[in-house]
Ligand binder design. Structure first.
Ligand SMILES: NC(=O)c1ccc[n+]([C@@H]2O[C@H](COP(=O)([O-])OP(=O)(O)OC[C@H]3O[C@@H](n4cnc5c(N)ncnc54)[C@H](OP(=O)(O)O)[C@@H]3O)[C@@H](O)[C@H]2O)c1
Length: 263
């Protein structure tokens, strides 16, 4: 196939790792980005051997303000032409917004909102000039409904969903595919295994595998779909969640031990 590059953020684990494998197998050279330097080094060796493509990595904290510009400058300096951009890195924390650690909260907003947006701006502009390119932004089904306990996470993912749809419309006339991936519960390191029983959740069909989510996302991207929610059960649960009225969500939240139920 072609020898263009695919850049994947959050490539060191979960969905990003699976997406990297799929794109490597398709013959794309890979730029693996995350804050896990050692894991990235191992993946560079493993993927260059397995897929016979060029693989490099960028070890960077994607929450920091300069991250998108530093990554873009690196690619320009090294003459790496990014044809596929996967904005996938993300993290999660649960709890009331007023109890949030301000540093963690702003890191999440910077990573999900600032970095995702500016990566689209920098790399999207090059794609527009070349009239070729693919952008996949990872949101979440939490973008569809405003739930308590995930105020920062859910609303930042709603931003990604909305931003992706607008950018898609802007770039469509240049032949660029822009797709939003909206996973439901997926068996990855996003969850604290001391709180969530991942093997059981997967067995009961509540969670799906990262490989399945990655396949759905890449298929939707190359078929130029606007968005994809992977998995039948996820779509079913998403339907129920979206139909749940806020008064019921409030009553349930009053019974959940993680909330400060003083009223
Ligand atoms: N798992 C789910 O149920 C689910 C559902 C909906 C949406 N999503 C979204 O899917 C995406 C991928 O998550 P995942 O489930 O595959 O979780 P994951 O296994 O934890 O992967 C997230 C990746 O992003 C990296 N990352 C996080 N913060 C970073 C930072 N500041 N700088 C650089 N890299 C950073 C992580 O590195 P570290 O290992 O250092 O954290 C990791 O490589 C996220 O955007 C997530 O919000 C996941």
């Amino acid at each position: 196939m072609k020898h263009s590059y695919a850049l994947i953020t959050g490539a060191s684990s979960g969905i990003g790792l699976e997406i990297s494998k799929i794109l490597g197998a398709k013959g794309y050279n890979l730029i693996l980005v995350s804050n896990q330097g050692e894991v990235l080094n191992e993946l560079v060796a493993e993927f260059s051997e397995a897929f016979k493509v060029k693989v490099c990595s960028i070890d960077i904290d994607l929450s920091k303000e300069e991250a998108p510009k530093e990554i873009f400058d690196f690619c320009v300096d090294q003459q790496l032409e990014v044809e596929v951009l996967i904005n996938n890195a993300g993290f999660f924390f649960f709890g009331e917004a007023v109890e949030a650690d301000p540093k963690l909260a702003i890191d999440l907003v910077n990573l999900h909102v600032r970095t995702t947006s500016l990566m689209c701006t920098f790399f999207g502009k090059q794609m527009k000039q070349r009239k070729k390119g693919y952008i996949l932004n990872t949101s979440s089904i939490s973008a569809y409904k405003d739930f308590p306990g995930i105020s920062y996470y859910g609303s930042s993912k709603a931003y990604i969903k909305s931003f992706t749809r607008s950018v898609r419309t802007e770039l469509k006339r240049y032949g660029i595919h822009v797709t939003c991936l909206l996973p439901g519960a997926t068996a990855t390191n996003l969850y604290d295994p001391t709180i969530v029983n991942i093997p059981k959740a997967k067995k009961w069909g509540i969670m799906i595998g990262a490989d399945k989510v990655a396949r759905s996302g890449i298929r939707a991207l190359f078929r130029n779909r606007s968005k994809v929610v992977p998995g039948f059960m996820t779509n079913l649960m998403n339907g129920f969640a979206r139909a749940t009225p806020h008064w019921l969500i409030y009553l349930i939240s009053k019974r959940v031990k993680y909330f400060d139920n003083q009223d």
